[in-house]
Design a protein around this ligand. Structure first.
Ligand SMILES: [Zn+2]
Length: 490
């Protein structure tokens, strides 16, 4: 038996003005054939899980294609066409296959009506290409905006069960094992989804905390039914102006469509009945800083409006400006700012200069911080992560990095490439000890938590403005469903 592996992973934030093009994929990940196994084998990603479980099921893994780039704006039409051409020609070139394990993100969004639900587009085209009965099993990020096209195209769809995502490999293993059972004719995976007219606030999506925790416990309970093979909670990605934006549930049973629908509906009803718990606390910047200053440090302030892992610019300064108004505070912040890195590198370590830092990509994340700084150190910006962290990657490269310090105690890591703070290596690889700071600003909502929890005594999620603002009422949607809670009362 031969099972192909195809993946296209992008979380498209359609509110970012800069579009995502082919070069962004090329400079991140465009892997073909054996390049996939070389990169993922033994790792923490779902493709690592596919490879491991296929081997354990004595099925030949046929790695075909993986494309990914960090979350950013809508994928251009031309890029969608280029990616589709590679995907379908590579599948054809892979020879005879008995099944496909596919990993779309679930929140890939391209330009134009046909590509807006990009995952629905390529999965339904894939289904047409291979025929109705060909086994296709799919894994998605719970930040997917699930479409019925996606559901109809696959025998089973499995989302990671954790946010922050630390179970991607397990999700891949579950999909691979299910493929094994399907190919041995032990089960007939049959899925049904339930779509809830609700957009779950990003702040309320941590899977180990209420309000999500009891819902995941209910999902675990439903798994005990002898015919239920899998179930998934699709939290949704609110920063995409697409029809499917919002939450959904999937249940996969052994040839029991009625049960699959009934269990998905049960989960959907739970969420809908508890909808008021899923709107977020929305703590503002001033409150967050006052709270943090009264607490024992280090306190991690999670900058939700500049969530680099949700596609934001990573150069937001809103919290830092407020901190500077408080006078001397030992605090750490990382900013994407290639121009400032260049200035610092030209002047050299130990020197001082006046810099305008961050706030340059757009005008939504605060103005630049203009301060005299001392250049503490320069680094190549490459680091590795051994632990399982959100996103499943182990190697990071943020490019040339300058560590600078203001007189008021703010230490800023200026990076050449946008960094997503999922590994503490961002600080430790630059000889910074997280416990030296009272406040650490991390540009994320949940993704930094596994890496930062061992060092921070508390975490506060801050409602900052920006392209990933937690307050989704700040965005103007043209394509979303109506009515949709909390925009409309239902
Ligand atoms: Zn996600």
């Amino acid at each position: 038996m031969r099972v192909g592996i195809v993946s296209l992973i992008h979380e498209s934030n359609t509110f970012i003005s800069l579009k995502t093009d082919f070069d962004m994929f090329r400079s991140s990940f465009l892997l073909r054939g054996e390049e996939l196994s070389k990169y993922f084998k033994g790792g923490h990603h779902e493709i690592s899980g596919f490879l491991q479980s296929l081997e354990e099921n004595q099925i030949e893994a046929v790695p075909i294609f993986y494309a990914s780039t960090p979350p950013s704006g809508t994928i251009t039409r031309e890029t969608c066409e280029q990616l589709m051409a590679i995907i379908f020609s590579s599948i054809e070139a892979a020879g005879r296959l008995d099944g496909l394990l596919v990993a779309p993100h679930g929140a890939n969004a391209g330009e134009g009506n046909d590509y807006r639900d990009l995952d629905g587009y390529w999965l339904s085209r894939l289904r047409q290409t291979v025929g109705a009965n060909f086994p296709i099993i799919c894994t998605i990020d719970p930040h997917a905006n699930l479409s019925s096209k996606m559901v109809k195209s696959c025998h089973a769809t499995i989302a990671y069960r954790s946010n922050p995502h630390i179970d991607q490999k397990e999700c891949g293993i579950e999909a691979g094992n299910l493929m094994g059972k399907m190919l041995r004719n032990e089960v007939v995976p049959t899925q049904a989804a339930s779509f809830v007219p609700l957009a779950m606030n990003i702040e309320a999506q941590h899977t180990l905390e209420p309000p999500c925790l009891p819902m995941y416990k209910l999902a675990d309970q439903l798994l005990t039914h002898p015919d239920t093979l899998s179930n998934s909670i699709v939290q949704g990605f609110p920063y995409a102006d697409v029809k499917e934006m919002g939450s959904a549930f999937i249940t996969v049973t052994n040839n029991n469509l009625e049960l699959a629908q009934q269990q998905s509906n049960e989960l959907a009803n739970y969420l809908f009945n508890h909808r008021e718990e899923f709107v977020g606390k929305l703590i503002d910047v001033e409150d967050a800083i006052n709270q943090a200053l009264s607490m024992e440090g280090p306190v991690c302030l999670l900058d939700m409006g500049d969530n680099a892992g949700g596609g934001s610019t990573g150069d937001g300064t809103t919290i830092a400006h407020e901190l500077l108004r408080h006078g001397k505070v030992k605090a750490f912040l990382c900013l994407y700012d290639p121009a400032s890195v260049n200035y610092a590198a030209n002047v050299g370590v130990g020197q001082s200069l006046r810099l305008r830092m961050g706030g340059k990509v757009d005008e939504l994340h605060g103005p630049p911080i203009e301060e005299n700084v001392k250049i503490i150190s320069l680094h190549a910006g490459k680091y590795s992560e051994k632990e399982v962290r959100h996103g499943g990657h182990t190697e990071f490269n943020v490019g040339l990095t300058a560590i600078v310090q203001t007189d008021s105690g703010l230490t800023i890591s200026l990076t050449t490439r946008k960094s997503i703070p999922v590994s503490i290596g961002l600080m430790t690889s630059c000889n910074l000890d997280p416990s030296d700071f009272h406040i650490i600003i991390a540009k994320g909502v949940h993704s930094p938590i596994p890496a930062y929890t061992p060092f921070c005594k508390s975490m506060i999620r801050v409602n900052t403005p920006g392209t990933t603002s937690a307050d989704i009422k700040n965005f103007t949607y043209h394509h979303r469903r109506r009515p949709l809670y909390p925009f409309e009362e239902i």
